[in-house]
Design a binder for this molecule. Structure first.
Ligand code: RB5
Length: 149
């Protein structure tokens, strides 16, 4: 069982809804911060809200998923929050690697880029993967050193 915070703009809304349902069906707890429909909204606030909730979790176990049309804008927004390592993923390979090597605590997907099947596989690959530590831990610590103090 995993705990997630999920958010999107209108460009990622349909895919977000699909992923929320998939994760809940798998037994996970999902906190959906919106958006709640197809109406046009601005992605920065949704990406930042997911990032803040992930970064604020004292256990460090909460993971985030952000979705916009391309995945780009909302990943930039999430990455503005200190402590967030958001990876824009396109498939199961990048999703698995971002956990194993980068210890990404948020993943971003493009609702207009990847199909539902590819997105499902990506999220499930990320869900299953584990951080490998070792030399990667040194590099991830260096990433943390780049956060504003
Ligand atoms: C919205 O049209 C679109 O710009 C947004 O979903 C996202 O792709 C931005 O990076």
């Amino acid at each position: 069982m995993m705990n997630w915070v999920v958010g999107s703009d209108h460009g990622g809304f349909a895919l977000k809804q699909h992923l929320v349902a998939m994760l809940r069906a798998a037994g996970d707890v999902v906190d959906d911060v919106g958006t709640d429909g197809e109406a046009s909204v601005d992605y920065p606030s949704f990406g930042a809200e997911v990032g803040r909730r992930v970064a604020a979790d004292p256990t460090g176990a909460v993971r985030g998923i952000v979705v916009c049309g391309s995945g780009i804008g909302i990943s930039i927004a999430a990455n503005k929050v200190p402590g967030v390592r958001c990876a824009l993923v396109h498939d199961a390979y990048t999703a698995e690697l971002c956990r194993q090597h980068n210890d990404a605590n948020v993943i971003a997907l493009g609702g207009r880029v990847v199909g539902v099947g590819v997105a499902e596989h990506a999220v499930m690959a990320y869900r299953k993967a584990e951080f490998e530590g070792g030399r990667h831990a040194r590099r991830v610590a260096q990433l943390g050193g780049l956060d504003p103090k």
